[in-house]
Design a protein around this ligand. Structure first.
Ligand SMILES: [Zn+2]
Length: 312
């Protein structure tokens, strides 16, 4: 029987996956259309992407449900399919691992608006949407729930509470930081710093504190964030930075960090205390394959049992 995710990360660091959004575009998803609906209409294409991550060595795969809350789906008139879309996503990610044990992390992204009084959404609407999504992901068998790309403590709180109420075995809170203009530090768009985010997550009973995406948050900045998390909590840490900054080349958004660039930051991240390392926007199965090699080498050097080191 597979050990729970939280036990596994006590034993060795785990590898996450890479970008989904950019991969969906490569697979033919048009800009602005609903990638989550593909869990029902083109499950084969979603599976093909996640299989490439599994083959590259990912231990954890996020479900294709970033915009899978009913508020996000409503933009595409797919609100009534929310439960179905989230359930299907878990099954696809599970299938991607084949007969290998892997961890399916149910992905809950931002609801895509602002809460009252700044925006039009009531707390209750957002709570209902997150509850529904988290419950569907847990009921379908997700090993964990990640509340990701979060910028406000209010929304983070609603997401983590929803995941806990849904009975998730592991709840991950993941913030998106932006490097400040003068380059001296980083915080979320809503002004939240890593210490504040980690303190709130501890208070809410999250199991893993994380960061993903963001602007200017390269592997070195991600390492700083891990250290800052570590300075306020002993909870496990997860990091999924972007593959550099987006650039517009021939009307297409491309990310400028190659697997060779990014992999340099993997061991420093692990040494800083990251328990799960993956990547966000712009990263590819090639990035993840490079990470796999670096993590395996790191594990081998740490003198992990040979059965673990030889597994991949
Ligand atoms: Zn991203």
């Amino acid at each position: 029987m597979k050990r729970p995710l939280l036990e596994a990360i006590q034993e060795r660091p785990l590898l996450g996956d890479g970008a989904m959004g950019t991969q969906l575009m490569f697979a033919g998803l048009e800009q602005g259309s609903c990638g989550e609906a593909w869990n029902l209409t083109h499950p084969d294409r979603v599976l093909a992407i996640q299989r490439r991550y599994a083959e590259a060595g990912s231990d954890c795969i996020l479900t294709n449900t970033f915009g899978g809350s009913r508020i996000m789906l409503n933009r595409h008139g797919k609100m009534d399919n929310a439960v179905e879309i989230n359930r299907a996503a878990v099954a696809i990610a599970r299938q991607a691992f084949g007969d290998r044990d892997g961890y399916v992390i149910g992905d809950v992204g931002p609801f895509g608006g602002l809460l009252e009084p700044y925006g039009d959404f009531t707390e209750q609407q957002v709570r209902d949407a997150f509850n529904e999504q988290a419950q569907a992901l847990v009921d379908a068998g997700a090993d964990a729930i990640i509340i990701e790309t979060q910028t406000s403590l209010e929304e983070l709180t609603l997401g983590i509470r929803a995941a806990k109420e849904a009975g998730a075995a592991c709840v991950i809170g993941s913030m998106a930081y932006d490097v400040t203009l003068d380059g001296s530090t980083f915080r979320t768009m809503m002004g939240v710093n890593p210490e504040q985010a980690a303190a709130r997550m501890v208070e809410l009973g999250a199991d893993v504190v994380a960061l993903n995406c963001g602007t200017g948050m390269d592997m070195a900045r991600a390492r700083e964030a891990v250290l800052r998390y570590r300075s306020v909590t002993d909870l496990p840490v997860m990091a999924q930075p972007n593959a550099g900054l987006p650039k517009l080349v021939q009307m297409k958004v491309v990310y400028d960090e190659t697997p060779q660039d990014m992999v340099q930051g993997v061991v420093p991240l692990l040494a800083a205390g990251a328990n799960i390392v993956g990547a966000c926007c712009g990263s590819t199965p090639d990035h993840i394959r490079a990470f796999r090699a670096a993590i395996d080498e790191y594990i081998a050097r740490q003198g992990a049992p040979s059965s673990v080191a030889a597994k991949n």
